[in-house]
Write a protein that binds this ligand. Structure first.
Ligand code: NAP
Length: 327
């Protein structure tokens, strides 16, 4: 796990260890002491190693071999995906906005039979997309999907997360949304949406260019799809509501009546933890430890590999609080 010592990484390693007590995990980052401290805390067969995605050889020891390359930091020079392809092992790309996946797609196109590559720059590591698709299964047709994520105003993730958000601002801060069947880069007022959080309090969200929109547009016939993130003052929310994921899917039931189905998925920790659960669920699936055999070479989204019902059940098992409603 490159970036395994970060906010998301340490939580993902802990979640994986809970799910798979015997799975060998290597925690990697530039700072060896930090990686070793996380490895000790994760326990079981966990080791620590230095790695730097800025280096062609990732700075790994010569001859080191791994069964997957889970990259929980931006792979700016594509060195991690190249290593996964060279070794023929699964790769998770966790840090790419929807506007940034070109290089990953090109690596797959150039060597399509080398390795499975999972694009996982989705809201909370795919949790939102999988929850939306679980709701969509109960509808005959889907009209609109709206994902809202509410976090504490001071929850900015680690330095790597902050760098990614700053990069998004530099490239214009627009967010890809599907609106009335057309792809639009939303800015300004169009990038703002009000929605109720899990406690019923209205929040003001801003659209983000996360991968859910393209996954859900390909998986459903929805004409409107967007992802918005809202920051709230922690003193205004109830205990245990550090991160609220709100997933709303509207459409028609089998009998033709209009319905809006909603999941509220709530966690008491920073948004790194639900994201880490998503990464852990994806990792166990790629390795064939849960939900099917090991995944062969290909380019994947979370919904191409993970059964939505299983994902929601796994999130609950890991400790997320899940509520489903219909209006
Ligand atoms: N898809 C999602 O749901 C989702 C959700 C949250 C975050 N993210 C993304 O996940 C990433 C991690 O976020 P975070 O909040 O956990 O950040 P973080 O706390 O800063 O963690 C970054 C991790 O990567 C390591 N790292 C940094 N630069 C590195 C390099 N050049 N080579 C190898 N390792 C390096 C860090 O250790 P050292 O400093 O010791 O190298 C640390 O372990 C970010 O890219 C963020 O945008 C995605």
């Amino acid at each position: 796990m490159i970036g395994g010592s970060g906010h998301v990484g340490a939580r993902a390693a802990r979640a994986l260890r809970r799910l798979h007590p015997d799975l060998p995990i290597a925690i990697a980052g530039r700072d060896a002491r930090r990686a070793a401290a996380v490895a000790a805390e994760v326990g079981g067969p966990t080791t620590a190693t230095t790695a730097d995605v800025g280096r062609g050889d990732l700075g790994l020891e010569r001859g080191a071999s791994f069964s997957a390359v889970v990259t929980l930091v931006k792979d700016e020079a594509s060195n991690a995906v190249k290593r996964a392809q060279a070794d023929g092992v699964p790769h998770i790309a966790f840090s790419d906005f929807v506007s940034e996946i070109g290089p990953l797609v090109a690596h797959h196109v150039a060597r399509p039979t080398r390795a499975p590559i999972l694009l996982l720059g989705h809201t909370l590591g795919g949790a939102a997309t999988l929850a939306a698709l679980h709701l969509a299964q109960d509808l005959r047709s889907v009209d609109a999907i709206a994902i809202g994520c509410v976090v504490d105003a001071d929850d900015r993730g680690g330095p790597a997360s902050q760098a990614d958000f700053e990069r998004n601002e530099q490239i214009g801060q627009a967010a890809l949304v599907l609106q009335d069947g057309r792809w639009t880069w939303a800015r300004g007022d169009a990038a703002t949406r009000r929605f109720a959080d899990a406690e019923g309090v209205e929040q003001v969200g801003h659209a983000l260019p996360l991968m859910d929109v393209v996954s859900l547009a390909a998986a459903t016939d929805a004409l409107s799809i967007r992802v918005d993130m809202a920051a709230r003052d922690a003193s205004t929310r109830g205990a245990g509501h550090a991160t609220d994921l709100v997933v709303e899917v509207s459409g028609r039931l089998d009998d033709g009546t209009a319905a809006r189905l909603r999941y509220d998925i709530v966690d008491a920790d920073s948004y790194a933890r639900l994201s880490a659960y998503g990464a852990a669920i994806a990792t166990e699936r790629l390795l064939g430890l849960e939900g099917g055999p090991p995944v062969g070479p290909g380019l994947y989204h979370p919904e191409s590999l993970i059964d939505p019902a299983r994902a929601v059940a796994r999130l609950e098992e890991l400790g997320a609080r899940v509520r489903r409603t219909r209006s």
